[in-house]
Structures are given as C-alpha cells and as structure tokens.
Design a protein. Structure first.
Length: 264
C-alpha cells in the first residue's frame, strides 16, 4: 500500500511540474509571404497533319516546322532554347458502319425462271448479304496517316509571347498548349520569406508576453510548418481581335512554429 502511495505522489508531482513548465512558455505561429512575377516561360505547340500518303504528309509538317522555328529565331530566341521532338507517324484506321444482314429467298421453277416468294414449300436459294462480293455496302477499311511534331521553346521576356502566338496562328499550327510559367529564383525568395516569418513569430510572442506582464526568454523549439513556392503553372491567354496576355504576381509563403520561454 505504501508503494502505491509513493507512485501516486510521484505521478502527481510530475504532472504539477509539467503544468508549471507549460505555463512558462509561449508557442506562436509566424507567417510571411513575398510576391514575385514569373520570369521563366515554356511554350509548346504540336503540328499535326493527316493524309493518305505518309511522305507527302511529312513534307507539310516539315515545312510548317521550319517556318515556326524561323519565326522564333526572328523574335530573338536563341537556337539552343528551341527543342524540336522527333517526328511521329501513326497509321489510323476507319471502319464503315457494319452492313446489316439480310437473306434473299428465291423459288426456282422447272422452266429456269425465278420468282421471289415466301412459300416455304417450294425449292429456294438462300443468299446472305455478307457473302455478296460485289455489294457496294460491303466496303473495305479506309486508312490514313497522322504525322505530328512537338516544338517547345523557352524564353524569359514575356513581351514576346503575343508575337509568338500570332506567328503560330498564321503558320496554321493545329494545337497550342497552355503557357507554362515559373519563378526561377523561388528558393532565394523563400529564404527571405522565412526570415520574415521568424520575425513575425517573435513580434507575436513579445506582444503576448507584454500583455501578461512577462519578459520573453529564449527559443526552446522551432519548426518549419509550411512551404509554398510555385515552381510551374499553366496560363491561358485571353484574346479578342489580337492576342493580349499578361501575367500575375504569385505568393511565395513561409510559416514557422516557435516556442519561447517567458520570465514572470
């Protein structure tokens, strides 16, 4: 019984000590964000053509590819910033709607003349429509070729984006993917946001300590709670008579959890 009593007293003392320790700290969340404009852009288009003859279809895709790359170079984009993927050629098949099945019942008389009848007692010849080799309805599969090439360009001056779009449309490119934008130095900006978040946490803790008539002590625990720095995202341009695009600022956010001791 005496041993149980000592254990209870020990647990109670530990609880009181923990409560006192908890009452001597302040835990706060510090947040900060920095706005930044995107400065890295990736633009991709896909040139696709279809035709019955693969070689002729490829010639059209090659011509459009050369025109597109030349237009990129004239806007000041470096040649090593243009990536042209290998040509892709795929055969495509189309099928006509299945021919409905029907039967022809024909009676053959003794004179060699034939009459169409539904009398089952007479001799008859049964022909299935699927077996009619000369039927116009039973056409063969149709085949064509699809030739495509993807061209991707990387640039840093957003002012040329609308000009790129205009050139692409004039050349007759079939598919334009959304512009990929990113912030190149986002890690450096995040470090700046992190320092601001730490200051924000300290300011909060000092305000709380002053309110309760205490002094702020040292940091006993520090934890990076959140990280948000957009690396890449898609952007679609709005256009009416001509292209007019713009980018918006993005937030790079940092958040920390800090525990301070306090002195009453």
């Amino acid at each position: 019984m005496k041993v149980i009593f000592i254990v209870v007293i020990t647990l109670f003392s530990s609880f009181i000590s923990a409560q006192q320790t908890m009452s001597n700290v302040i835990e706060v969340i510090g947040k900060a964000s920095i706005k930044a404009q995107p400065d890295h852009f990736i633009f991709s288009v896909i040139i696709t053509e279809r035709g019955r003859i693969a070689s002729k279809t490829k010639v059209i895709v090659d011509q459009k590819s050369r025109l597109l790359i030349d237009s990129y170079l004239t806007t000041g984009i470096a040649k090593n910033a243009i990536e042209s993927s290998r040509l892709q050629l795929s055969p495509r098949y189309e099928k006509r709607t299945n021919t409905p099945s029907f039967e022809i019942h024909q009676r053959v008389n003794n004179h060699g003349k034939s009459q169409i009848t539904s009398n089952t007692n007479n001799s008859k010849v049964v022909v299935n429509s699927q077996d009619l080799s000369n039927s116009d309805l039973n056409e063969q599969q149709k085949i064509y070729f699809e030739v495509s090439r993807t061209i991707t360009v990387t640039f840093h001056d957003f002012e040329i984006y609308d000009q790129l779009l205009d050139n692409v449309v004039k050349i007759g490119v079939n598919r334009i993917t959304p512009l990929q934008t990113a912030i190149e130095n986002n890690e450096t900006l995040y470090q700046q946001a992190l320092i601001k978040a730490l200051k924000n946490a300290k300011d909060k803790a000092q305000a709380i300590a002053h309110k309760i008539g205490a002094k702020l002590g040292v940091i006993t625990q520090l934890k990076e709670a959140a990280y948000h720095a957009p690396r890449a995202y898609a952007m679609v341009s709005n256009s009416r008579e001509s292209f007019s695009s713009q980018t918006t600022e993005k937030n790079i956010t940092a958040q920390v959890s800090v525990t301070f001791t306090i002195k009453h």
